[in-house]
Structure formats: structure tokens, C-alpha cells
Design a protein around this ligand. Sequence first.
Ligand SMILES: O=C(O)CCC(=O)C(=O)O
Ligand SMILES: [Fe+2]
Length: 342
Amino acid sequence: MALNADEAYHVGLVAYNEDKFQHAFLWFLYSLDRLTQYSVTTKQQLLRHLSLSSYQFGNLPMAIYFGQQLLNLDPTNDDIKVLLDLYRRLRFQRTSNPDILRLSNESSKYETLCRGEVDERTSKRQRALSCRYSTGGGNPRLMYSPVKEEVEWDEPRIIRYHDIISDREIEILKNISRPLLSRSKVYQDGWDTVSQDRVSQSVFLQDDPVATRVSQRIADATGLSMETAESLLVQNYGIGGRFEPHYDALETGVNDRIATFLIYMSDVGMGGATVFPDIGVATKPKKGSAVFWYNLHKNGELDLNTRHAGCPVLVGNKWVANKWIHEFGQEFKRPCSLSEWE
Ligand SMILES: O=C(O)CCC(=O)C(=O)O
Ligand SMILES: [Fe+2]
């Protein structure tokens, strides 16, 4: 399905309002290209926004070019005259002209992973990865029903647990959560705030019997203590829902989030993978499975390679449940290292 000029203009405005000026620019260009006599959007609007977004991402020649086009079309437009004056003055003082075709490295890696284009595990390295049934080193609760562990990546180690939660448990958790969901927040400058970086709804489930059972299973599978873990956070993403690249560790210095156990409670039609841009790994939601990784090295330092994101959901609906496991209580389960490097 191709978007028409009006739809593309609207998408561009959303991107513009989220400070994604390079993306916005490309949408405005696309819209301009598809403008017809039936479009509600005008050429003037598009030229103005092409000029503004070019200025915002630092390409003054482009900002001047589109500004001038607008002025040619609408010579009485005082607003654009003022802007053009400003751009020309700035152009005189500045030289750098970022290339629109090269989006910033950071976002392009994240986005290409989300599109499923560059999962780096196609290499020889992936063939060395393994899967096994684990009893958690002889845990009595797992002797007759071992967990299915698959190593998704070796460094940092990312483990997928298959069939870690039943469909029935998932239904119960979703049903309990649905009426309690509210907009998720991010921790910023000491506050929990609503942010465009995290578009989802969530709820921490306290004292729920199913959540407690799941928590016990996480303890069994990982061998870690849940005594200091946070309650289970059930999260729901609608279309466009996402969580931009971030670390789960809060870097508080004490009792930080040592590990993350992320349970997929739905499949997702398209999009919604969890991606690790710095190591080039994408894990796809698979209902009933979970992924697990340590956010901190054994020496307590943040593992910089654990930066990750929840990609935008394109088709369908995504449900996950997070269990954030903390440092206290793991002293004998995951002893710290005396080495600076581990
Ligand atoms: O939804 C995902 O795939 C990732 C979620 C996540 O990273 C988080 O909630 O911290
Ligand atoms: Fe996260």
C-alpha cells in the first residue's frame, strides 16, 4: 500500500514534532512527489517544511533552496523572507552540510535491525551457539521438567528460554493487567516522565499468584534470587508502540538491575523485535518464550553492549512482561569478579 501525499505529509509532521528531522524531510519530499490536484496539502506547505527540516538537521544550502522555491511561488510570503535572511547569514558563517542520505549511525543501526536487515548472527559465530535442556544444575523443581535454553548470542550472553510460560498463564496475566494499564514512563533526571522514547502501556503486578509462580520459574531457570527483584511489569504496545535504545540498568551505584528477564506474551505480526544495536542482534517476539541477559559485568560495571530497544510494532499488538533482577542477594549465585575486565 502506498501512502498518498496527504498521508505522507502527516507522517512527516509527526516525525518533525518528534525531532526526527531527517525522516521528516524524506516524508515531505515523498509527499511533494505525489502531490495531485486532489491533495489537501499544498506545495507551499511542503516547501516550507522541507526548508524548516533541512535547517533543523543542519543543511543550510538545502534550507535555502527550498525556501527560495517557496518565495518564487509566493513572493509576498514575509515569513519565508525572514527565514531565508537568517539562513543566508548563517550559511555565511558556517560550513558543515550533513548529508541527508546518511542518517546518523546510531539511528540507522537500530532501524536496520528493526527492519530485519542486519542481524549479524548470520556469521560463522552463530553456528557455535547451542541449545539444551537445563535442570539449573540439579534444581529439584526442574528435574522432571527441564527448561529449554537456547543461546541467542555469546557476548554478551543472551539466552532464550522456550515455553517458559503457558498460554493460560499469559491469558490470566493479560486479563488482570488490562484494566490497570497506564502510559509507561522513563526515568530521567531523577523523575519518571512520559516520553516519546517509550510508547507503551504497563503495570507492575504486585501480589498476584500467577506472577509469583512465574517469578519462581525465573529464579529456577536463572539460578538467581528474586528477593530483591522488582514486581513483574506487564507491558502492552499498540501499533507504533516502541521503546527507543536504552539501558535497563539505572546506574544508581547500589543494588542496580543486574539482569533482565523479558517474557514475550504474544507473537507480533510485523515489527516489535528486541534489538541490540551495538552488537547487531535482534530477538523476535515468540509467544511463551523469554530472553535473559546480564546488564552488569561481574565487576558491577554497566555492560555497554546491552543497550537495546523494542522496535515499533507495525502490525498487531505486542505483550511482554519484564522481570528486573537486582544485585543484592546474588552474591553467591553470581559472585563478583575481582578482575577489572570481567
Ligand atoms: O519490548 C521490548 O522488546 C523491550 C522492552 C524493554 O527493553 C524494556 O521494557 O526495558
Ligand atoms: Fe529495556
